[in-house]
Design a protein around this ligand. Structure first.
Ligand code: ZN
Ligand code: MN
Length: 259
């Protein structure tokens, strides 16, 4: 038997068998976006994919291929479009991708889906994608479809935040390419992080509004919106532990999986 939790690693008969046995499916949502001088463009793909893999192992779920492009990077939360390598989808396109994948999974008789997001700007368009899928397949009991939507940073316990930021938490938007994401990457893919190049010129001081069409001058040129100092693999493990353990608990409870 193929023991992989990744749907795309399976043959179609294996996929049919696992889905037929009632496996929930986790759909990770990522982005291809700059993450400073010290991390690659795939951070928002690597983190939710890794968390999904761990959660799937503990719940019997399958992990669908991660959506590798995200909703438009914004200056105040991801640096915006002015960096080489950041490739954006419009919110409209992104929500339609989410809708179509969910409708396809439903067509394949997957009834329990977890949308696990790793990119801040995907929050509302992923909700829209889920709503559009429900418009398509129906919201009643008859559709049999039950969807959970999670942003991994919401699962970090306040005690862990206090431990990592004894001098105060700058806020999740400013954490782009900063201590949390760098620590997670140090825990997951240490060979893709080069702390020796972790320039930062933050924390950014953004105005409380957006300006169009010119990107705001306040975006730190490094692309790191806060600080990288203090990032460590150990802190990354604390963050992973918080996310995975709480997600597993919630998924088992919500989907009434044998405990
Ligand atoms: Zn990120
Ligand atoms: Mn991002």
């Amino acid at each position: 038997m193929n023991a992989s939790v990744f749907l795309a690693d399976l043959t179609w008969p294996e996929a049919e068998c696992r889905i037929g046995a009632g496996a929930p499916v986790i759909l990770p949502l990522g982005a291809t976006e700059q993450h400073g001088h010290h991390m690659p463009l795939n951070v928002d793909v690597v983190i939710p994919t890794f968390i999904s893999e761990r959660v799937a192992r503990a719940t019997g779920a399958l992990v669908a291929p991660t959506v590798p492009y995200g909703n438009r990077s914004q200056p105040r939360s991801g640096g915006g479009p002015a960096f080489a390598g950041t490739i954006n989808l419009s919110a409209h396109t992104f929500s339609l991708v989410v809708r179509d994948v969910i409708v396809e999974l439903h067509r394949q008789k997957v009834h329990r889906i977890v949308v696990l997001n790793g990119h801040y700007e995907n929050v509302w368009p992923s909700i829209e994608g889920i709503e559009l899928a429900l418009d398509a397949v129906g919201r009643d009991e008859g559709s049999g479809l039950s969807i959970l939507r999670m942003d991994h940073w919401e699962f970090v316990r306040p005690q862990t935040i206090d431990q990592i930021f004894p001098n105060g938490f700058p806020g999740i938007e400013l954490e782009h390419a900063s201590v949390l994401e760098t620590s997670l990457m140090l825990a997951i893919r240490p060979n893709q992080v080069d702390l020796g190049r972790s320039l930062h010129d933050g924390p950014a001081k953004f105005r409380p509004y957006d300006r169009f069409p010119r990107p705001p001058v306040e975006v730190p040129p490094s692309g790191v919106l806060s600080m990288t100092e203090g990032a460590s693999a150990e802190k990354g493990e604390w963050l992973l532990e918080d996310c995975v353990s709480r997600m597993v608990e919630i998924i088992k409870e919500e989907f009434q999986l044998g405990q």
